[in-house]
Design a protein around this ligand. Structure first.
Ligand code: ADP
Ligand code: ZN
Length: 750
């Protein structure tokens, strides 16, 4: 096996204009399909390379983090090649999501699974026979069934892609025995290339995947595991609900997940937040299946924004616009943390990942691990726990720590997206003195007390226990009374993590280590940081720059309505990135929509009119400039409809459906019980969005010719002069449509 590229660059968009050496002749058709179907202007890191391997039938394993864009690595080649691509996927919900999303961009895809009726299965089989399908999603156990194999062998299979490929390895975190059956793929489908995709980072798992799949000549592509759009923060947990509340307040109306360790905490946290006026739903394995399913769907459909869950929640959730993931308690390993926090910001937009931890989280996990009988597993579990704890109390860039854990190095010295790099933690000016004060209290207390007790002594508490022990007489009593308890506990954690203190015995009593003794003598200095609570998330560049937030909300509401109509989750209609782009550039002309990332031909055809209308109406009502930062030539062209009050949306779709069926304006007016004038306003939007210049279904050619002559003389800016010029013989409705088509032709000619 050969390792082609191991790339540690941030997963920035690798734009089309980028002229890095790529001799692949596949790039052009791939890029053109990426644009046409998905409306994306360029490849993300390693996508072009990964896609080229599929195009050239070279077996491959592609390792990219969650949100790195793995699906497109096989979806774009699938439609750029002849034949049917088989996609192995572990979960029905994942398959369904992918099929919905492919269909929404106009690609013929289907899945076969156990939840389907016989009739549905037959329909899919018929499509395969007719060679109409481009992608078929299928579970591994079904793919290797003799009957399926026989059927597919004559179906013109182009290649096999294996999603979540780590499921084949028992070293991975999600081993699925049924994946083992994929070992025979190379024999079952001789000559067909096999491509695996995973976000799992360890070398061992990678090697195992390749071996299990029997890929003797396999190219491996490994991307950077860093997720630059995620902002990582750690806070010591002092008042969990209060802390969560503060985080939720900076994400009003946005989707997010709150993870807790136990079912009990899930329920308690969800209830407490609901009492505070938030709207949350719980999710854990102790709930009836039906309730769980309902809560998960409510989250995906954005009926509710916040899910409080155990780790049981997340697999099979492709929701791209999760804006925050809060861990109310520490996860059991960095692998878990990376995976769970990684569910935020799949769309590449900024997202907030906050971890609240307290020392007793470690005890909770230790307790839960006790049931594990295998000592090797127990040791590994403890090791993972230690690494996780270290991350919580460390004093370095979080992004750097995470990628290093997975064997990579972060090149940027300041990630711009963690509590350290954002300077939310400032170095204290006199770390030696602070360290000495704390350590000397530990020594004076006889090294027989824990962190909480020590912090209380330093703050001058007169708690019964302290007085009884005579520790209110210590010189260190009240020595740091101006510092908060969480701050003191935090410094103790930092001293622990830097090896100046250690915890001993059943009660985690603090002891001073040999380096601690040097510190007391002033021969070693710790690094101590003061934490400042973040009230706002401020990344490097403002990802909301130029976005009209109110219009964004308006577009979100539009998206929800469309999602309900189409029976798909909102993020399948448009991603958040697309809505932001729309609210930033505020296009009002059909031709401009193609410039918005995430709007391909199908989306434009299906939703273009509603989008343009929503923007136009909102901007007019709020006196906000439209067509910002888009083609100037288009921008200055007169907008015909601006003179007239735009009709109300919502109903738009019922008009568009009729136009789609080719109804004349008269018939549509009759059917909907509206005036011709109203119908013509909707038709104007429709014609514009679809860039229709052939308008004979609505304006007879002879009439259009007359109107065009008039426009040729006096222009198309305003309808009234046209109406008068034509001696009131042609209705405003017809004039409006003809003038719209005229403008479109002009735009096309320019
Ligand atoms: P993964 O499977 O690696 O977790 P996905 O394939 O789900 O990632 O992609 C994550 C998100 O990024 C999706 O919303 C997808 O449409 C988007 N995306 C993928 N490739 C691109 C690209 N080249 N340009 C813009 N967005 C992209
Ligand atoms: Zn950082």
């Amino acid at each position: 096996m050969t390792k082609r590229g191991s790339q540690i660059s941030a997963s920035e968009d690798d734009s089309a204009s980028d002229d890095r050496a790529d001799t692949s002749h596949f790039a052009k058709p791939l890029l053109s399909n990426l644009k046409q179907y998905w409306g994306y202007p360029g490849f993300r890191a390693l996508q072009r390379e990964a896609m080229s391997l599929v195009m050239s039938d070279q077996d491959s394993l592609v390792v990219l983090p969650t949100g790195g864009g793995k699906s497109l690595c096989y979806q774009v080649p699938a439609i750029s090649r002849d034949g049917l691509a088989l996609i192995v996927s572990p979960l029905i919900s994942l398959m369904k999501d992918q099929v919905d999303s492919l269909q929404s961009v106009g690609i013929s895809a289907a899945c076969i699974n156990s939840m389907q009726t016989n009739r549905e299965k037959i329909e899919v089989a018929d499509k395969i026979r007719r060679r109409e399908l481009k992608l078929l999603y299928i579970a591994p156990e079904r793919l290797v069934q003799t009957k399926t194999v026989q059927f597919l062998q004559s179906a013109g299979v182009s290649f096999v892609a294996i999603d979540e490929a780590h499921c084949i390895s028992q070293w991975g975190h999600d081993f699925r025995p049924e994946y083992r059956q994929l070992r025979n793929l190379k024999t079952i489908f001789p000559g067909i290339s096999v491509h695996g995709y995973t976000a799992t980072a360890t070398e061992q798992v990678r090697a195992d995947i390749v071996e299990q799949l029997g890929l003797t000549n396999c190219d491996i592509l490994v991307g950077s595991f860093d997720r630059p759009n995620l902002q990582y923060r750690v806070e010591r947990r002092t008042d969990a609900i209060g802390q969560i509340q503060r985080i939720l307040n900076r994400h009003k109306g946005e989707s997010g997940v709150i993870y807790c360790i136990s079912r009990k905490h899930v329920d308690a946290t969800s209830e407490a937040l609901n009492r505070l006026g938030f709207c949350t739903l719980p999710y854990h394995a102790g709930m009836p299946d039906e309730d769980r399913r309902k809560n998960q769907e409510a989250f995906i459909d954005e009926d509710v924004n916040i899910i409080v869950a155990t780790v049981a929640f997340g697999m099979g959730i492709d929701k791209s616009n999760v804006r925050f993931v809060i861990h109310a308690e520490m996860p059991r390993s960095l692998e878990n943390y990376q995976q769970e926090s990684g569910r935020a910001g799949r769309d590449g937009l900024e997202a907030d990942c906050v971890l609240l931890y307290a020392a007793n989280d470690v005890d909770t996990w230790e307790f839960l691990m006790q049931d594990t009988e295998d000592p090797a597993v127990l040791d590994a579990g403890r090791e993972s726990l230690q690494a996780m704890k270290q991350y919580c109390v460390s004093t370095r860039c979080r992004h750097a720590q995470l990628v290093e854990h997975f064997g990579q190095i972060l090149e940027a010295s300041n990630c711009g997206a963690c509590d350290f790099c954002l300077k939310e933690m400032e170095p204290v000016s006199d770390p030696l003195i602070v360290g000495q004060k704390i350590l000397s209290s530990v020594v004076r207390q006889g090294e027989r007390f824990g962190a909480a007790y020590t912090a209380q002594v330093l703050r001058g508490s007169r708690a019964k226990r302290i007085v009884e022990n005579g520790h209110d007489k210590l010189t260190t009593h009240g020595l740091m009374k101006d510092e908060s308890e969480p701050q003191l506990r935090n410094w103790i954690d930092q001293l622990l993590s830097q090896g100046f203190l250690r915890q001993a015995g059943e009660f985690n009593c603090l002891e001073v280590t040999p380096s601690g003794r040097l510190l007391l003598k002033g021969q070693q200095t710790p690094t101590l940081l003061r934490t400042r609570v973040a009230d706002s998330a401020q990344p490097f560049e403002d990802p909301w720059s130029g976005v009209d937030r109110d219009l964004f909300e308006e577009l979100r509401a539009m998206r929800t309505r469309l999602a309900i109509q189409k029976h798909v989750p909102p993020y399948i209609i448009f991603g958040d990135a697309t809505l932001r782009d729309l609210a930033r550039h505020r296009p009002t002309k059909g031709g401009m929509l193609t410039k918005i990332s995430g709007i391909g031909a199908q989306k434009q055809k299906e939703f273009g009119a509603v989008v343009l209308f929503t923007i136009q109406q909102w901007c007019e009502a709020n006196n906000v400039e439209t067509n910002v930062g888009l083609d100037e030539a288009v921008k200055t062209r007169p907008a015909l409809r601006q003179a007239t009050k735009a009709p109300s949306e919502g109903k738009a779709q019922e008009y568009f459906d009729l136009f789609e069926q080719g109804l004349s304006m008269e018939d549509a007016a009759h059917q909907l019980g509206r005036s011709m004038d109203t119908v013509s306003k909707y038709l104007g939007m429709y014609v514009e969005a679809h860039r229709i210049t052939e308008i004979s279904p609505w304006v007879p050619p002879a009439m259009e010719k007359r109107i065009n002559e008039a426009i040729g003389q006096i222009g198309s800016e305003r309808l009234k002069p046209l109406f008068e010029h034509l001696k009131s013989e042609i209705s405003y409705a017809h004039l409006r449509i003809a003038a719209t088509a005229w403008n479109l032709r002009q735009a096309d000619d320019e």
